[in-house]
Ligand binder design. Structure first.
Ligand SMILES: Nc1nc2c(ncn2[C@@H]2O[C@H](COP(=O)(O)OP(=O)(O)OP(=O)(O)O)[C@@H](O)[C@H]2O)c(=O)[nH]1
Ligand SMILES: [Mg+2]
Length: 409
């Protein structure tokens, strides 16, 4: 483990949020063999363009690094290429890391499947590419040349071109992965087995729950570390009525997910698009549960999944002594507490029938007939402007239908 100092720029967040972010940063760092031994915090609305932190803080940071004999500094925000170069000069011997780099490195160590590896490499190279500009002088020095357009510049151009070409290749490969996945999704949609996706903050217990609910002998990896799952898997799970669902694991979320990673993992996250129901797994024992819920809901919103039916699953009940929140279901994936209850809830949410009365304009009757195989017409009454129908079907289908009419009315 290398000793590291965390440099934190707070831009108006609360004490509580700062404490949380520092703890999380230390935890992330541990996963790449950096041990946080100290920190400096600056409260400032806008980052310094050269050093992220202001001059005074940088001096404080230098002192801290010396005092604590740290070999690395980790910045809580993403450094611009210019800041990275400048800080390199200022902080001399200490390695410079930023939050994005730490997360990229964790992902890099965890990726096993071809797809996971492509996604991580693409994210890393996209991060690296703009930062290569500072390398010209270093390469020149190494090559013994002088001036700014020394042999290093030419070498750099070659290097940059190689990286550009690699990024291009990876993007194309990912496109192919996405197409394949789309095909699979289509086939799955036709098979009419509903897809239920596990989402949630990293380390909440998603993979543990997948293992607990599926009887498969092939257990997926569940571990007490951040981002244990990068290569999502799906399993068939039987519900109490004997019906089946596909339960899909996903990459864990984290607050302020680096945008490059989000982009690279689009293919994986697109899996969520076809989910009929989300299980938002929440770690009840985290002192920062609320912040984690918020972070997950924000990402779901960004993915266009804010309106998707969702059950909140409060996990790790075995280690919790208070009263769990009322707006979900409390379980322990590890010890199998309340799992039958959860399965019943899933069944209810997916298959329970309900009735609604809708006034459907004559011009929109097509929408009803499109859903005719899934929705039953209990009664109908013709009016001047349309048909008043009492419809019966799955909550989800009815909601969808209702929404499409609300828009038109
Ligand atoms: N005490 C307790 N621990 C649990 C429970 N469920 C999961 N855990 C532990 O929590 C840790 C994380 O579990 P995972 O299932 O890997 O979490 P995850 O949400 O898949 O994490 P990522 O893949 O990193 O997003 C593991 O050490 C599990 O053993 C539970 O009900 N009770
Ligand atoms: Mg997992």
């Amino acid at each position: 483990m290398k000793r590291a100092v965390i440099a934190y720029l707070a831009r108006g967040e609360s004490e509580e949020a700062i404490k949380y972010a520092l703890r999380e940063m230390a935890e992330l760092a541990r996963n790449v063999d950096l041990e946080a031994v100290g920190w400096v915090i600056q409260r400032k609305a806008s980052p310094d363009p050269s050093y992220l932190l202001g001059e005074g803080k940088i001096q404080e940071l230098q002192k801290k690094v010396e005092e604590l004999e740290a070999e690395a500094v980790i910045f809580n925000l993403e450094l611009s290429p210019r800041q990275a170069v400048k800080l390199e000069e200022r902080l001399g011997q200490a390695e410079i890391w930023d939050r994005t780099q730490v997360i990229l490195e964790i992902f890099n160590r965890r990726a096993h499947s071809r797809e996971g590896k492509i996604q991580v490499e693409l994210a890393r190279l996209s991060y690296l590419y703009p930062r290569m500009l500072g390398w010209g002088q270093i390469l020149s020095r190494l090559g013994g040349g002088l001036g700014t357009r020394g042999p290093g510049e030419t070498k750099l151009e070659v290097l940059r071109r190689t990286v550009r070409q690699r990024i291009h290749r990876l993007r194309k490969e990912l496109e192919e992965v996405r197409r394949n996945r789309q095909l699979l999704r289509k086939r799955r949609a036709q098979s009419a087995v509903p897809v239920v996706a596990l989402v949630g903050y990293t380390n909440a217990g998603k993979s543990t729950l997948l293992n607990a609910l599926s009887s498969s002998a092939h257990k997926v990896l569940a571990e007490d570390r951040l981002f244990a799952t990068l290569d999502p898997v799906s399993r068939r799970v039987e519900l109490p009525s004997g019906r089946h669902i596909i339960l899909a694991d996903t990459v864990g979320f984290i607050h302020d997910m680096p945008p490059k990673l989000k982009e690279a993992f689009k293919a994986t996250l697109e899996e969520l698009e076809s989910a009929h129901l989300l299980l938002h797994v929440i770690d009840l024992t985290s002192p920062y549960m609320e912040l984690q819920i918020e972070a997950v809901e924000k990402i779901l919103g960004e993915l266009g999944l804010g309106e998707r039916p969702c059950i909140k699953v409060y996990n790790k009940l075995d280690r919790f002594s208070g009263t769990p929140p009322w707006d979900g279901i409390a379980i322990s994936a590890l010890h199998g507490i309340n799992l039958p209850l959860l399965l019943r809830r899933i069944e209810e949410e997916l298959f329970s029938q309900m009735e609604i009365t809708l006034h459907i304009p004559y011009t929109s009757l097509g929408a009803v007939s499109r859903l005719r195989s899934r929705i039953e017409i209990v009664a109908e009454r013709y009016t001047e402007t349309g048909v008043e129908m009492v419809l019966r079907g799955r909550r989800e289908d009815l909601k969808l239908l209702e929404k499409s009419f609300r828009k038109e009315l």
